[in-house]
Write a protein that binds this ligand. Sequence first.
Ligand code: CP
Ligand code: NVA
Length: 630
Amino acid sequence: MIDIQTKEDILIGALPYIQRYEGKTFVIKYGGAAMTDAALKESFAKDVTLLKKIGINVVIVHGGGNAVSELSTRLGIEPRFVGGQRYTDPETLKMVVMTLTGTVNKDVVGLINHAGGNALGLSGIDNNLITAKKHAPKGIDLGLVGEVESVNAEFLNSLISTGIIPVIAPLGVSADGEVYNINADIAASGIAQALCAEKLFFLSDTEGVLVEGELVPTLTNARAQQYIKQGIISGGMIPKVNAAFEALANGVHKVHLINGAAKHSLLLEIFTHEGVGTQIIREERVFASRSTGEHVAKGLTPKQDLLDFSNMTKQDVEDLLHLTDVLKKSDAKPLAGKHVTLLFQKPSLRTRVSFEVGVSQLGGTSLYLSNEGIGLGERESVKDVARVLSSYSDCIVARLFDHNVLLGLAEYSTVPVVNALTDLSHPCQILADMYTVRQFGKLRPGLKVAFIGDGNNVANSWIEMAAIYPMHLSIAAPAGYHPDPRLMESANRSGISTIEIVSDPRIAADSADVIYTDVWTSMGQEEEKQERLAAFKDYQVNKPLIQLAHPNALIMHCLPAHRGEEITDEAMESKNSVVFVQAENRLHVQKALLATLLSDTSTLAALGVDESNDPSMENYEQTETSVYHS
Ligand code: CP
Ligand code: NVA
């Protein structure tokens, strides 16, 4: 039995997804056991009806189940195979049309209508819904098997706009009237592309993509191709994965492979953080460039920057953490011959030293420039500094006050720019923190991070991370010191995590896996110190607060710390404190970051980054039981 609290959590947890998907179109390829088992059929029909009732447009494309084979056995027609694939001769096509548009289509329509949906059955032939041409993969003649040429999206949209759930049998018709049998995955992908669907689901009898028995929750193209090459993705999964990438390349936002043999898998995949299947996402360049202006006008190759996390995906984060593991065990020099310039307007211990040492360990050279000698934007314009430094360096690592100055620097530099902290954000810190959280086995579904204190740059970067990596982020900050509202809004819009701002630090700390804090007075705010001491006095990370967290909660601080202010000496020194591991990890993770930004794919491949990547547990080390809970 689920208790009331769990029920409430499930319902409330679904709210951001409901808001996000209202008015969007989902195309579902319906097949496998979900089409034959009575209980699964009913659960599918209810799920689809629920989606429709909450304002999502649903389009269903069904396969044939076993119906075609059963009928051909009954009629004594022997199936013919060419190159392992079924050949569709005119007799077989008649049977396919009969079963798909007859029994199967009407069965699905009846089920959904019985559950309260407004389903309407049709095939790709009706109103020329799917225009097809002969499909002959690798020159093999499969008879009357077609591929999608075009889809009458206008017609489908007109049905959708009247509240109808179209249920489509995967047949197509050519310009000269020839009818073709189309693989249902391919038909669904074609329809999803034509409708620019938000999501395309493939419902089959497997959980998704499995590697050594473990479900892969997120897959990008490069990795999928690698899995196909290694034989990890094989058989019927290959056309599904390829149909998924075709859809993603042509406007579909996400594709999900889910197990229709598990009840309500559709709802769980859509409305929970963890999901239940494999989601396939568009290939993004790691830290994809936002280069605009002169850079692009000059026709230069887009460069990769790390200014924030908005151009990163969850997979990028996991790949970076994996590369960190690889580099920790390697003495490779992927930065040989490269030069990195550090331009710092503010003081630094960790960031400066970890970048300088990291560059040197990777075989490169670096130069530290404090702003006194440069006068960024005063002695010389940001634009000119960017151009000049680009001509001497392969990368600029900048610690600046104004984030807009960083954006300007990135726009006019022709080499990657890394945000080494601005008044707005501190992404390098959070990447190292994610590595630390993972190192202690906490980077797993349900992770709760409690940030206690000033909603400044470090808190802002946690919010940006929560926009791409699922977690529950609870920020306790006094009024007037909340994080940047634009970042909150965009992270909430992403629907990836649950993020809350509370005034009571005890609510944030409750059952948290991580208790995180930062100084109350940041660099540049020294004049506000007295005011801030008063505002934050109830926001100290101390024994009573930590006792509310999980017994093995990690105590984290980006450092420098002001002991006795935002954190007690006792908390800093407790067994749960990982603050110095965090500091060390700045070095390791930034090395991986630089290698990613500055090396080409073959250099990275030579490091062995293609080897198996278990993103969550690789370096699992259980912390000792907390001193506070003994
Ligand atoms: N955490 C951090 O960025 O430290 P520094 O300011 O010393 O670089
Ligand atoms: N919020 C702090 C972080 C230091 C790493 C500051 O900006 O000073």
